[in-house]
Design a protein. Structure first.
Length: 149
């Protein structure tokens, strides 16, 4: 198949496929007329790359999976190098979850403090009339009927 068909079937662009080719992830085979040619194995490579990227893997992290498929294995994660990448990604995610948990706790503590301050201000203002205090007193005198100002 040609690059346009592969891009359509893989749900990506021809530009992306050319980029994968330039990074050595997609083989660069050419027909006699100079057109790039691909097969079903190449589609599997692209699907593997895209699935891993959907999981948050960067492009270079997909390389061991692609190489595993190219070596003829039935799945990209059936090679030791791929399993190492999985382990590394899990460690990275665990660290991120830990940092997010810490940030969440800090935000929760800040919320509790802010709510306490707001509740204290509301209690202090309960004895007063609502609304802003006037800046000055204004006295209005009515003129007797028939008089103008």
């Amino acid at each position: 198949m040609r690059i346009g068909e592969l891009a359509e079937r893989a749900g990506t662009s021809t530009r992306t496929l050319r980029y994968y080719e330039s990074r050595g992830l997609l083989p660069a085979r050419r027909a006699g007329n100079g057109y790039r040619t691909y097969d079903e194995d190449d589609l599997r490579l692209i699907q593997q790359i895209r699935t891993l990227q959907d999981f948050g893997f960067d492009l270079e992290e997909t390389r061991p999976f692609v190489e595993c498929l190219r070596a003829g294995h039935p799945a990209g994660d059936s090679c030791p190098a791929s399993l190492d990448v999985y382990r590394g990604k899990l460690a990275e995610l665990d660290e991120l979850i830990g940092r997010l948990g810490s940030i969440r706790a800090q935000v929760g503590e800040q919320l509790v403090r802010a709510e306490a301050v707001q509740a204290g201000a509301a209690r202090a203002g309960a004895g007063r009339a609502t609304g802003p205090e006037p800046l000055c007193e204004l006295t209005i005198h009515q003129l007797p009927e028939g008089e103008d100002t």
